[in-house]
Design a protein around this ligand. Structure first.
Ligand SMILES: Cc1ncc(COP(=O)(O)O)c(C=O)c1O
Length: 401
């Protein structure tokens, strides 16, 4: 069955890429952008850029209004009860670094930070480095073969010394949803702070942070069809208020003299300096666009294409899938073939997939792999893209195997 994407023409880059003989299958790295976003950013710059939260002039108040409207839209997208729970950062990575610094003062030597073995470097290295600085111990939850956390092992590891549990919602390597509800419950029972890396998860379906009952949830706009340079840190109100300030400068300060200062609470207190104004406004326009889509139709399209991707990979001998992908992407290796060689031959045929360690080096080492190939899907992909991928794969394998 051919799955056509009714949203393909909303993304002008898809036609441009096709014109360059490129088939884009790397949306888990970053997505193409809808007209709605491109127009909003163009309009902001064309009509008069201005800094936010400081100028009294008209362009300044218009920019501030549009900027704060985006904060409201993000809060609605995540079902946060208030826009004050939304801090704009420069991406998921900077949100996770903010947390690792902002929480640091709450820990004593010997306390434990817990992550899963499937984490992206962005949700590993800030905690690893914090552990080193503060004499904490970093504990790693093992995975089942499907790529999700082994809950029995998690129940042994998460204990009274656990101060933080930081896990991804959806793995960027396995495409598998973590069992967040029981995992977070284990951490909450120990009074630990819970952090969910929603960088991949936020893109697929709607997620309700209140229902999730996490303390913090982070994502990057650019993976959600939005502009780059902006990310989101959602925080439960009490958890946000306990977070220490980590960057200092303009607009986050309440009162300052030469020897001391006091700071705004969240969100502004964690947004030092000029924020990525155009990108925040663009993210708001992207969320307007996404909110207008038929969520059921999107879910069915994603599921249909994903099933086609998995079936095609499973049908090819020597292809070995990593874990049990549930949505949007699939990573694989081919027996006797180096992923870089395969990626090279796919690239030569205009197939844009990702190869390598996917910013999860410890996971690759654990799996005994030097890397793998990842195919990932966006709203705009259709069965034609997958046909071109499989033709390219077959040609490459004829040469390599
Ligand atoms: C699961 C996960 N977490 C975090 C990140 C980091 O996102 P960014 O580079 O946009 O900060 C990524 C990016 O690939 C990711 O896949």
């Amino acid at each position: 069955m051919f799955h056509a994407s009714p949203w393909r023409s909303d993304f002008p880059a898809i036609a441009a890429l096709q014109h360059q003989q490129q088939t884009y299958l790397d949306s888990a790295a970053t997505t193409q952008k809808p007209h709605a976003l491109i127009d909003a950013i163009g309009q902001y710059y064309a009509q008069g850029a201005a800094n936010v939260h400081r100028a009294q002039h008209l362009p300044g108040s218009l920019a501030t209004r549009a900027f704060e409207a985006s904060r409201e839209k993000v809060a609605q997208w995540l079902n946060a009860s208030s826009a004050e729970q939304i801090v704009f950062t420069h991406g998921a990575t900077s949100a996770l670094n903010l947390l690792a610094y902002g929480l640091a003062e709450q820990f004593q030597p010997g306390d434990e930070l817990v992550i899963s073995a499937a984490e992206h470097h962005a949700n590993l290295l800030p905690w690893q480095q914090l552990a080193k600085r503060r004499g904490l111990s970093l504990r790693v939850l093992p995975l089942e073969a499907s790529g999700v956390v082994d809950l029995q092992a998690a129940a042994q590891i998460i204990g009274p010394r656990t101060r933080v549990l930081a896990v991804s919602q959806l793995s960027n390597v396995f495409g598998a949803w973590q069992p967040l509800s029981p995992l977070l419950a284990l951490a909450r029972a120990q009074g630990a702070t819970t952090v969910v890396d929603g960088a991949q998860g936020v893109v697929h379906g709607r997620h309700d942070v209140e229902h999730m009952q996490c303390d913090f949830y982070v994502f990057s706009s650019h993976k959600l069809y939005g502009p780059d340079g902006v990310g989101v840190l959602y925080g439960r109100r009490e958890a946000l208020l306990k977070l220490a300030h980590w960057q200092f400068g303009g607009e986050m300060v309440h009162q300052a003299d030469y020897q001391s200062a006091s700071f705004h609470p969240a969100p502004l207190g964690h947004e030092a300096g000029t924020p990525p104004i155009a990108s925040v406004i663009g993210l708001g326009a992207t969320l307007d666009y996404l909110s207008g889509l038929d969520t059921q139709a999107v879910a069915e399209h994603e599921a249909g294409l994903h099933a086609q991707l998995l079936a095609g990979l499973r049908a090819r001998s020597g292809v070995q899938l990593l874990g049990a992908p549930q949505v949007a992407l699939a990573s694989f290796v081919v027996e006797g073939v180096h992923n870089a060689d395969l990626a090279h031959l796919l690239t030569d045929q205009g197939i844009a997939v990702r190869a390598g360690h996917h910013c999860a080096m410890p996971l690759m080492k654990h799996l005994g792999l030097s890397g793998c190939i990842r195919v990932s899907l966006g709203l705009y992909n259709d069965s034609g893209d997958l046909q071109r991928f499989f033709e390219g794969l077959d040609k490459a394998l004829e040469i390599l195997v």
